[in-house]
Design a protein around this ligand. Structure first.
Ligand code: SF4
Ligand code: MG
Length: 320
């Protein structure tokens, strides 16, 4: 099967000026050689500490940041070679759900009207058609027709996220990038929103790129998981492979910080020494070597290659 989305050796660097006179030009390697595929109807999660580049990865795929190098294929087409018109089509086919969907909404505008704007910009639907479609969307995300005439402040956090989802769903996308989409919600509301996301996925054969630092949620929602550290992909596998058979020392440390559901089977907590290096002062060799408990001399100078260690399970570490 051809993946819906394929990312090859993707790099997104930001230029920065540093030094006392701001004359030293260098760059932040926010995304550094990431490879991934997302298949139709699946959820691929991207996990890692804040600052690991997962949001930048999502934004680069959506075309909100420009890539420095590498390729992005969507439905088999290299998006770097698309015409202006096809690029527009591509951007409609990929949408995003944010942590705070209301940050960008006008508090005086009714929700129905706000949602209709998507159709004003991207379609030539009539006023009646737009309203009809918005009412349909509200129902689809578990809201009511009455909500059409309400203002942003009249909604709870969970309802707001439903509106964010309605907005993302408006143009029938194939891929939705969820960036910490449930992270700000209470646990019970979180469960409802995840349920809704799963229902919509089944109904529309949607694919999700699910960016999150919450491993509990990730375990629950994902088909496959990509672990990132300092802009680099360190491990990728099925949810089962990552959670039950992690191979990379960073993945092991990350997982050791979540409590085990099975009592009596305690997992040794692996504490990482040192701080996360800044992405502008990128370590040589393996990016994790400054904090890795297993680092050797080789790790300081040689970057480990991304290798498949079992079917569909990829790791970048010299010792694996
Ligand atoms: Fe640790 Fe070396 Fe493996 Fe990097 S390559 S994770 S430093 S053992
Ligand atoms: Mg982020």
């Amino acid at each position: 099967v051809q993946p819906l989305l394929q990312v090859e050796d993707l790099k997104t660097y930001y230029p920065i000026k540093s030094g006392i006179f701001k004359r030293t030009k260098s760059h932040v390697k926010a995304v550094n050689e990431v490879n991934l595929e997302v298949f139709e109807g699946e959820t691929l999660s991207v996990v890692g500490e804040s600052g690991c580049g997962k949001s930048t990865l999502g934004r680069t795929i959506l075309g909100l940041e420009s890539k420095t190098d590498g390729s992005i294929y969507f439905k088999g087409e290299d998006i770097g070679t698309l015409s202006e018109r096809n690029l527009k089509k591509y951007k409609k086919d990929m949408q995003m759900i944010f942590q705070d969907p209301f940050a960008s909404l006008n508090p005086r505008q009714k929700i129905g009207k706000a949602l209709e704007e998507v159709f004003v910009i991207h379609t030539n639907m009539s006023r009646e058609q737009r309203k009809e479609r918005v009412l349909q969307l509200l129902m689809e995300v578990g809201l009511k027709k009455e909500h059409y005439d309400r203002h942003p402040h009249e909604f709870s956090g969970g309802q707001r996220q439903r509106i964010g989802i309605a907005r993302a769903m408006a143009l029938n996308p194939s891929l939705v990038v969820c960036d910490e989409a449930v992270s700000a919600l209470d646990v019970s509301v979180q469960a409802q929103i995840i349920k809704l996301l799963k229902e919509l996925q089944a109904k529309h054969q949607l694919s999700y790129l699910f960016i999150s630092h919450d491993l509990g949620v990730v375990r629950h929602i994902s088909d496959r998981v990509l672990v990132m550290y300092l802009g680099t992909a360190v491990e990728l596998g099925t949810t089962e492979q990552i959670f039950n058979n992690p191979q990379h020392p960073y993945t092991k440390a990350l997982l050791s910080s979540i409590p085990r559901p099975v009592p009596g089977r305690r997992r040794e907590r692996i504490k990482l020494e040192g701080d996360l290096p800044s992405a502008s002062n990128y370590p040589s060799g393996c990016p994790f070597h400054t904090r890795c408990p297993l680092a050797t001399e080789q790790c300081k100078s040689e970057k480990p290659i991304w290798r498949e260690v079992e079917d569909g399970h990829f790791v970048a570490c010299h010792l694996v």
